[in-house]
Ligand binder design. Sequence first.
Ligand code: BEZ
Length: 253
Amino acid sequence: MTKAHSQRWEAERYIENAAFVPALGLPLIALLAPEKGERILDLGCGDGVLAATIAASGAQVTAVDGSPEMVAAARSRGLDARVMDGESLTFKEEFDAVFSNAALHWMPDADAVLLGVRRALRPGGRFVAEMGGHGNIASILVALAAVLSRRGIEASSLSPFYFPSADAYRARLERAGFAVSEITLFPRPTILPGSIEAWLDTFAEPFLGVLPAAQRLCARAEVADLLRPVLVDEKGTWIADYVRLRFRAVRDG
Ligand code: BEZ
């Protein structure tokens, strides 16, 4: 059996190759509509760009992330940031809102996440989040699977991702004790700041990291070759096939 590799998070590499992640999260802050004095938890805060934006509205923000490197980057912005596993949140009725952008799909135990989010909220508190949804990065996952399959490796067991449909996630939210006020699945083709190789280096370690180091560059080039006809536009820009699931839900009771 192939040994699973987890994703390493490096703040500098993230800023270089993934600054679009918080930049594209701004509409979600509009949906959150933070108010002065509110206590807000940012779940999966990354390097803290969006948490800092929320704090600028006058809300009191606590930010958590599973990566000590990302938490250090968030703290360097002056945020109250803590290392915490999103599947084991320890807060109890402390927040008016929980916010999360582009993080929940890295947490496959969705029920454990929702249990912790519900417990973290005061009754009536809101959960506003966006994550990869059904069909997200489908072409990239197929290309990775094809290239690993050429080497006798089954990729499906390596995927750390959870990309639910709107119906499935609505049902999960309701079972967990939330009333869903809106939930939408929509394609959001995403212009990459550089090449697909840089994206793969930043995000595809759970797949390419299982290969012996000497094979990785060649495998990465094969993935890029498969994807070029699908994801590169007429100007030579890489556009990834992101699909977002965005929702607002309220803790009932
Ligand atoms: C996303 O934001 O959808 C995403 C980013 C990196 C890897 C997988 C999904």
